[in-house]
Design a protein around this ligand. Structure first.
Ligand code: FAD
Length: 280
């Protein structure tokens, strides 16, 4: 089987120690030749400076292609435009345009800033007005927690594409069918942009389960059983995590998927071991 194309996601550091860990991870993962590396934007825009600095450093000190996440939470249109303009001026050409989670927490009602953009669609439109960015957006193969239906999910995705989104990156999922069903339905809805599956490694079982609950990611029984109690046995957990990830990617490759977005959790080892098992 040919090697998959990877993109890698990192989050900005919030301490000196985390900064070192992030850079070590980026340097170790460079070898995978990622198509782009994305840097998240903290809840409520809380990492604006740190995201900016990380993206800048990637641009200045590596040959990697950075993609900067941006959200419209708690920010006016002018503030979002300013950040986008700064990115354009410094040479960033890839943006991940998002609405962001409500400041009051996932699952609560999103209330836009009174002078702000309402959703990701409007952020995409703003980005494309400022520069000829490649704009990635989100998609949710098990639907967004606020979405009433998958139908609505496709309508939102189509709006984002109409405003200029060039590819979409998926929320993480466990079973290959979850992504494949979404992809088939997307084709039926006339969606033609690349839909990159989001691949999340099991770093810690408790962390994974917490995220799955918040993100509407279904945990099948076999998965829960496979990882039950594994936080007490890190060596075995790592083995099972790698096997699970490789099985997922391989199953998707068999169905023609070539591009994958890996959530690295800023931990190079998780991604590197899996990549090695995939033939890198
Ligand atoms: P949107 O695409 O705008 O849609 C989310 C929901 O809002 C829709 O499902 C729908 O219910 C509603 N909606 C949107 N448009 C309309 C409309 N026109 N009419 C009616 N309802 C509408 N969060 C961060 O804070 N920082 C990050 O860096 C970050 N990175 C992410 C990366 C990926 C790949 C993914 C999948 C998610 C990421 N998130 C991030 C989380 C994301 O911000 C949240 O899931 C958020 O709640 C929704 O943002 P969105 O861009 O998907 O919103």
């Amino acid at each position: 089987m040919t090697l998959p194309n990877l993109s890698l996601e990192f989050f900005p550091p919030n301490s000196e120690a985390m900064e070192q860990k992030l850079w070590q991870s980026i340097m170790e993962l460079k070898i995978l030749n990622p198509k782009f590396v994305s840097v998240t934007y903290g809840a409520g825009g809380s990492t604006r400076e740190r995201t900016h600095n990380t993206v800048d450093k990637i641009l200045q000190q590596t040959s990697l292609v950075p993609a900067a996440h941006i959200t419209c939470v708690d920010a006016s249109k002018a503030q979002v435009d300013e950040v986008l303009q700064e990115y354009w001026n410094m040479g960033v050409r890839n943006i991940v345009a998002l609405r962001g989670d409500p400041k009051t927490g996932v699952g609560t009602e999103f209330i836009a800033n009174k002078d702000g953009y309402l959703n990701a669609t409007e952020v995409v439109e703003a980005a494309r007005k400022i520069g000829d960015f490649q704009v990635s957006v989100s998609f949710y193969p098990e639907k967004h927690p606020e979405s009433p239906s998958l139908e609505h999910e496709f309508n939102v995705l189509k709006e984002k594409i109409e405003k200029g989104a060039t590819q979409a990156i998926g929320q993480f999922f466990v079973e290959p069918e979850t992504y494949l069903n979404f992809r088939d339905l997307a084709v039926k809805h006339g969606i033609k942009i690349p839909l990159l599956p989001g691949i999340m490694p099991v770093g810690s079982v408790s962390g994974y389960m917490r995220m799955a609950k918040a993100c509407n990611t279904n945990i099948p029984d076999w998965f829960a059983e496979k990882f039950d109690g594994m936080d007490g046995n890190p060596q075995e957990r790592e083995k099972r995590a790698e096997e699970t990830l490789v099985n997922l990617v391989t199953a998707l490759q068999k169905e023609g998927v070539e591009d994958f977005h890996f959530y690295t959790l800023n931990r190079a080892k998780l991604t590197l071991e899996a990549a090695k098992a995939l033939g890198f």
